[in-house]
Design a protein around this ligand. Structure first.
Ligand SMILES: [Zn+2]
Ligand SMILES: [Zn+2]
Length: 365
């Protein structure tokens, strides 16, 4: 069927709203009517020519989507038409070593996408398009493997549930799952965009006693306070490492998180740690980024680790985090700084780059 979608054709050029053909669901695929999609940094990375994505075909970007199942392939068992679902880029196979050892976010099975030489899920006048992260949510329909979606309570608002599919899952999970934060610990979060704010919320939900938000934008530091930061540091005014040390009585923090993807901030996170502290890198770095720090900067027995999509088991975690929302513990309404339509996508990218928003959410009819 034909649908409206935002198409990426060339690096540094705006997306264009075009008519795109979406195939029928086959096998274990589901066709979802998109209700809402968040605008996440990883989409902007493609537009900016960063990362490792092949640029041989046009893309439909977007990967933080939620909607209603419209049709399912013959072999689908986990959802049916009418179900409300959230999509997640951590589609899993269920059979590889990572899946079987409880880490489906690191799945190596690659079953949730169609092969390059198969009939494409998305195309235009016979030209195959690439689907982004096996989702492509900047479109009126998403054609997905059933292992890329989770059914949620239909009472929940899909425009906020969508955010839990990527940014919120990544941030809350970085604190609660990857870092293994314990109640009473101290935390610093470098970068207070959508993911950083979600890390702050995860730390608050996990019982951190001190949460220090670090950013260069005063508006983001305000947001950080609203969602749970006990202290903030404007790193354009103060040396953040000294400030974090001062706020923790010289000790440093038990957990420092890097939520932007800048080598400089990774170093600051490491230098802010307490003895036996853990630095968790959540931001996506350019592939050739080098991280350097003086040996003396590391306190005894510190750990530096990465976190992939909040170490999620999303079929369990997305409904759990949405329960936190229902209970008032996870603030999702506050995360939506702007709303728009698919036609507003380029403006949403601009606002994200300018640091004006936590998240823009685009909705469809
Ligand atoms: Zn994302
Ligand atoms: Zn797997």
């Amino acid at each position: 069927m034909e649908m409206k979608a935002a198409v990426f054709r060339k690096v540094h050029e705006p997306l264009t709203i075009e008519t795109v053909e979406v195939d029928k669901p086959r096998g274990r695929e589901v066709l979802v009517r998109t209700i809402a999609t968040g605008v996440c940094h990883s989409d902007l990375h493609v537009v900016d020519g960063l990362g490792r994505f092949p640029l041989d075909r046009p893309y439909v970007l977007g990967h933080e989507g939620a909607g209603i199942v419209e049709a399912v392939g013959a072999d689908v068992t986990s959802v049916r038409p009418g179900d409300h679902v959230v999509a997640c880029l951590s589609g899993f196979c269920g059979n590889c070593i990572q899946c079987l050892s409880g880490h489906p976010n690191l799945c190596t099975g690659a079953i949730v996408t169609r092969a390059d030489d198969a009939t494409p899920r998305l195309s235009q006048k016979g030209q195959p398009f690439r689907q982004f992260l096996s989702i492509s949510s900047y479109a009126e329909r998403m054609l997905l493997h059933e292992n890329s979606v989770v059914r949620i309570d239909p009472e929940l608002p899909l425009d906020r549930a969508a955010l839990v599919g990527c940014g919120v899952l990544t941030g809350v999970g970085a604190a609660l799952r990857s870092a293994g934060l314990e109640p009473g610990q101290t935390v610093a979060v470098f970068g207070c965009g959508g993911v950083g704010l979600s890390i702050i919320q995860g730390a608050r939900i996990g019982g951190a006693r001190q949460i220090i938000g670090v950013d260069v934008f005063p508006s983001k530091l305000e947001m950080a306070k609203r969602v749970g930061a006990t202290h903030t540091v404007n790193s354009s005014e103060d040396d953040p490492v000294k400030a974090v040390r001062a706020l923790t009585g010289g000790a440093g923090v038990d957990h420092a998180f890097e939520a932007v993807g800048l080598a400089k901030l990774v170093r600051q996170a490491i230098e802010s740690l307490a003895i036996r502290g853990t630095a968790t890198i959540v931001g996506v770095m350019p592939p050739d980024a080098m991280i350097e720090f003086p040996w003396m900067a590391i306190r005894p027995e510190c750990k530096v680790q990465t976190s992939r999509m909040g170490s999620n088991r999303f079929r369990a975690d997305i409904p759990l985090y949405l329960d936190f929302y229902r209970q008032g513990r996870l603030q999702l309404d506050e995360m939506v700084s702007r709303r728009g339509r698919i036609e507003d996508i380029n403006e949403a990218f601009r606002a994200m780059k300018a640091g004006e928003v936590a998240r823009t959410v685009l909705t469809f009819d």
